[in-house]
Write a new protein. Structure first.
Length: 354
C-alpha cells in the first residue's frame, strides 16, 4: 500500500482464508496474530483492509457497500471479497476486539457507500450521456487485478450475475457447517497461547523438583538424626532398675543418718544434764569430755554426709529434669519437621497429578 493511504483503525487478529479447493475449510495465513488495519486512500477515495505478514500482503481487500461482516462466534468474524475471489476470517483474542472491528467495518462500509454516491452524482452532472445510459445499464463493480502493471477490467452484466450466484453459494456453504470449523480454528490459536504458558509453568515446576527432592532428603536425614538423639536422651533419662536402686539406697542412708544424729543429740543432752552429778573424779571428767568431743565430731561428720547426700540428690533430680526438657524440645522439633515433610510430599503429589 502506498504512503498516500492513512491508517484509520488497527487491531491484532489471527488471519484465515477459505480453502479454494473445498470452499469449506479455513487455511491459517500465518502462525501468529497479525496487525489488521483499515486504510483510507484519499486520492482514489476508497477504503481498504490491509494486513502484512513479513513482506507479503496477507489481506488487501477494498471495502464496497455490498460487503457484509458476519460474526460467526464470540471471537470470530468473516467477510467475502468477490474481487479477490475469497473469504477472509479473523480470530480475535476477545469478544470486545471483535465488536470493535465489526463496528468499524460498518462505519467504513457506510463511508464507502457515501463516497460511491458522491462519485456517481458528480459523474452524472459532468456527463449527461452517461446519465442517460446509466438508467438503462446496471453499473458493474471494478475488479483490481493481482498482477502488477495490468489495467483495470470491467465486468459485464452477466459477470455481476455470476458474482451474485457465487455470493449465494458461499453463504450457503458457510451456513451448512463451516461455522463450527471457524470456531475451532479461532479457539485453536487461543489454546496455543494458553498451552505455551502452561509449558513454561511446567518447565519451571520441573526445575524446582530437584531442589525439592534435595530439601526432602535433607529433612529426612535431619529427622532421622533427631530420632536417634531422642532415643539416646530417653535411654539416659529413663529410670532403670540400677538408678531406682541407687535412689532407694540413698534415701535409706539419709533416713539412717537422720535417726543416728537424733539419737546422738539425745545422748549428748543426757550426758550434759548428768555430768555434774556423775563427775566424781577428775579422770572420769576427762574421759567424759573426751567421749563428748568424739560424739560431737561424729555428729558433725554425719551432718556433713547428710548434706552431701542431699546435694547429690538435688543434682540428680536437676539433671533428670534437664534431660526431660531436652527430650521435650527435640520432640517438638521433630513434630515441625514431620509436618514440613508432609507438606512437601503433598506438593510433590499434586505436581505429579497435574
Amino acid at each position: 500500500f502506498s504512503c498516500r493511504e492513512q491508517p484509520i483503525f488497527s487491531t491484532r487478529a489471527h488471519v484465515f482464508q477459505i480453502d479454494p479447493a473445498t470452499k469449506r475449510n479455513w487455511i491459517p495465513a500465518s502462525k501468529h496474530a497479525l496487525t489488521v488495519s483499515y486504510f483510507y486512500d484519499a486520492t482514489r477515495n476508497v477504503y481498504r483492509i490491509i494486513s502484512v505478514g513479513g513482506t507479503k500482503a496477507i489481506i488487501n481487500s477494498t471495502i464496497t457497500p455490498n460487503m457484509t461482516f458476519t460474526k460467526t462466534s464470540q471471537k470470530f468474524g468473516q467477510w467475502a471479497d468477490s474481487r479477490a475471489n475469497t473469504v477472509y476470517g479473523l480470530g480475535f483474542a476477545s469478544e470486545q476486539h471483535l465488536s470493535q472491528f465489526a463496528e468499524k467495518f460498518q462505519e467504513v462500509k457506510e463511508a464507502a457507500r457515501l463516497a460511491r454516491e458522491k462519485s456517481q452524482d458528480k459523474t452524472e452532472l459532468t456527463n449527461p450521456a452517461l446519465n442517460i445510459t446509466s438508467h438503462q445499464v446496471l453499473p458493474s463493480p471494478i475488479i483490481s487485478s493481482n498482477g502488477p502493471g495490468e489495467d483495470k477490467l470491467f465486468r459485464s452484466q452477466s459477470a455481476d450475475v455470476e458474482i451474485t450466484t457465487e455470493k449465494e453459494r458461499l453463504k450457503k456453504m458457510l451456513s451448512e457447517g463451516s461455522v463450527s470449523e471457524v470456531q475451532w480454528e479461532a479457539e485453536f490459536f487461543s489454546l496455543q497461547d494458553n498451552n505455551n504458558k502452561l509449558v513454561a509453568a511446567l518447565h519451571e515446576a520441573n526445575a524446582n523438583v530437584d531442589q525439592w527432592k534435595k530439601q526432602l532428603t535433607a529433612y529426612q536425614e535431619e529427622t532421622e538424626s533427631l530420632r536417634q538423639r531422642v532415643a539416646e536422651l530417653e535411654s539416659q533419662g529413663a529410670p532403670d532398675s540400677s538408678s531406682e536402686n541407687n535412689k532407694e539406697e540413698l534415701n535409706q542412708t539419709l533416713e539412717e543418718l537422720e535417726l543416728l544424729i537424733k539419737a546422738k543429740d539425745e545422748e549428748i543432752q543426757m550426758l550434759k544434764s548428768q555430768k555434774c552429778g556423775r563427775w566424781e573424779t577428775e579422770g572420769e571428767r576427762e574421759e567424759t569430755l573426751q567421749k563428748l568431743q568424739e560424739l560431737e565430731a561424729r555428729n558433725a561428720e554425719l551432718e556433713r554426709r547428710l548434706h552431701l547426700a542431699e546435694q547429690t540428690l538435688a543434682e540428680t533430680l536437676a539433671e533428670r529434669e534437664k534431660i526431660q526438657n531436652e527430650v521435650t524440645k527435640v520432640a517438638e522439633i521433630m513434630d515441625v519437621k514431620i509436618f514440613e515433610l508432609s507438606e512437601i510430599r503433598q506438593g510433590l503429589a499434586k505436581l505429579v497429578e497435574s
